[in-house]
Ligand binder design. Structure first.
Ligand code: FDA
Length: 504
């Protein structure tokens, strides 16, 4: 057997990976985590770890020459983006032909860049999406475990009602109510008490300083402060950063051998390493885990992988849209970057929609109400291996997003009608466009539970090989996904440690 041997390797440091590493560490298993991004704990020359959203620098983006913000334009002007040097920054936009996918890079994965919205899905929809999973066990045990370990909290409703920072959300709530739609408060991993102190001026601002997609310098309980801190605290888990796993193969004795590239933050190759392990956990996210498995199947390294690898991908029905408010109905110059409310029309049988009321913290009045709609789109994409580029390509067409656009449109048409307002067409690039249907924040699927794996994430065709992350969920979960990814990982790793790791 080649390379340095460790009992367990976890690839990635996002939700599925962090859960698996913590529980392996607690069980006494020496575990190595390999993360292609950086550890974000060192201040740059400006005294901050992350660059903000309004003046992004190279820390914002994963090897780009120009930032690629989701809201690229305002009045069709490219105001938000900046030229930057290629660097191992925290947010990546993976551009496929007809769909772009935003993902986090660094210790904590998506938790570093996301909005922290921590939503437990409606039980009936969870049962519809993953019918083979015991829902009672999930809702009694694993969702509560995920929520408490992630440190999910709720906003103080009295404060919400009076603070200028959530005027934008109250305006959208009132407009939704005029159309007969109900809104709901959304829990978050952002420390709400810290946010109130930001508003008082007693601590440095983060959510109230327009920080989110390029990292929060304060306030957010990302995975490095919750699951990963606890994992390191077991004394059994170590993390190697700027280490990207390129290939996986199995050796004669059943152990796995990984080829890993170590780079510096400017992208210079420092070393190519071989690491072997007995138990291998893939937590590289829907895109990353699927790509590693596809490459292994198509290059013959793991020939017994099933044809289900690469299938069942979806963007969780994500559609971004924005409405233009009347001059007498401003949304406020001060907006918290952390969403607090959602419009919940998921029980509408014709077009279920859960729409996050998103801020647009531009530091000036925009008269814009922005939303990230989560819709129920049955269309699925497929990853295929592109041998020439040695990468996974996504087969997904714009037309496949038409059902999602139609659902979002039916909801926001109602709101516009009730408020005599219209859409904004200038926010999503150079063309006239009211619905952003070409990017997503919630990639799900590619190695679906019960299809590419057994009912606990064990990859079909191989022993001691597991998928732990968003790749397991078949394309849709109806709400923001990280609580579900975390809870499912909790359920799976408990079984795997008991039956496959400790029992041996
Ligand atoms: P995740 O993507 O978190 O982690 C994968 C990790 O593996 C990354 O750190 C990556 O660098 C690493 N990796 C990949 N390939 C590798 C390789 N070959 N070798 C080594 N490392 C590798 N969700 C939610 O519930 N509420 C919200 O408010 C939001 N908001 C939001 C905003 C934005 C801007 C984004 C981009 C996303 C969200 N999300 C969200 C989505 C959420 O962040 C996402 O669903 C989870 O992070 C997915 O968790 P995973 O464990 O699947 O992988």
């Amino acid at each position: 057997a080649g390379g340095t041997f460790v009992p367990a390797v976890v690839i990635g440091t996002g939700y599925g990976a962090a859960v698996s590493a913590l529980r392996l560490g607690e069980a006494g298993v020496s575990t190595l985590m390999l993360e292609m991004g950086q550890l974000w704990n060192q201040a740059g020359p400006d005294g901050n770890v992350f660059s903000g959203m309004l003046k992004p620098d190279k820390r914002s983006s994963w090897f780009k020459t120009r930032t690629e913000a989701p809201l690229g334009s305002f009045l069709w002007l490219d105001l938000a983006n900046r030229d930057i040097d290629p660097y191992a920054g925290v947010l990546d936009r993976v551009n496929f032909d007809q769909m772009s996918v935003y993902v986090g890079r660094g210790v904590g994965g998506g938790s570093l860049v996301n909005g922290g919205m921590a939503v437990t899905p409606r039980r009936s929809y969870f049962e519809e999406v993953l019918p083979q999973v015991d829902a009672a066990e999930m809702y009694d045990r694993y969702f509560p475990r995920a929520n408490s370990t992630l440190r999910v909290g709720n906003i103080d409703k009295n404060w919400f009602e009076q603070t200028e920072w959530y005027k934008f959300a109250r305006v959208s709530r009132e407009q939704a109510a005029k159309a007969g739609l109900k809104t709901t408060f959304v829990p978050n991993v952002y420390d709400w008490d810290y946010m109130r102190r930001e508003a008082d001026g007693s601590v440095p601002k983060s959510a109230l300083a327009a920080e989110v997609i390029y990292g929060n310098n304060h306030g957010k309980v990302s995975l490095d402060k919750s699951y990963l801190a606890a994992a390191l605290g077991t004394g059994k888990v170590t993390i190697e950063t700027l280490h990207q796993v390129k290939t996986i193969r199995q050796q004669k004795d059943g152990t796995y051998l990984l080829t890993v590239e170590q780079k510096d933050a400017d992208g210079k190759l420092l070393a190519t390493k071989e690491i072997s392990c007995r138990h291998l956990f893939l937590g590289a996210g829907s895109l990353g885990s699927t790509e590693l498995l596809l490459r292994a199947r198509e290059t013959g390294a793991l020939p017994n992988l099933s044809s289900e690898i690469g299938a069942g991908w979806g963007p969780n029905g994500n559609i971004m849209t924005a409405r233009a408010n009347h001059m007498w109905n401003p949304t406020g110059t001060n907006q918290s970057s952390i969403p607090a409310l959602g419009i919940d029309d998921w029980d509408n049988p014709d077009a279920p929609v859960f729409a996050e009321i998103a801020p647009m913290p531009a530091g000036l009045e925009t008269w814009v109400s922005l939303y990230l709609a989560i819709t129920k789109n049955p269309q699925r994409g497929t990853f295929v291996y592109d041998a020439a580029k040695d990468r996974a390509d996504l087969r997904w067409t714009r037309e496949q997003n038409a059902p999602a656009v139609a659902a979002a449109k039916s909801l926001f048409d109602r709101i516009n009608k009730a408020n005599t307002t219209i859409y904004r067409y200038d926010l999503f690039g150079k063309q006239l466009k009211a619905f952003a249907d070409d990017f997503c924040y919630h990639p799900l699927g590619g190695a679906v539970l019960g299809k590419a794996t057994d009912n606990y994430g064990r990859v079909n065709g191989y022993k001691n090989l597991y998928v732990t992350d968003g790749a397991l969920i078949p394309g849709s979960i109806g709400v923001n996904p990280f609580v579900t990814i975390t809870a499912l990982a909790e359920r799976n790793i408990e079984r795997v440690i008991k039956q496959d790791v400790v029992a041996k």
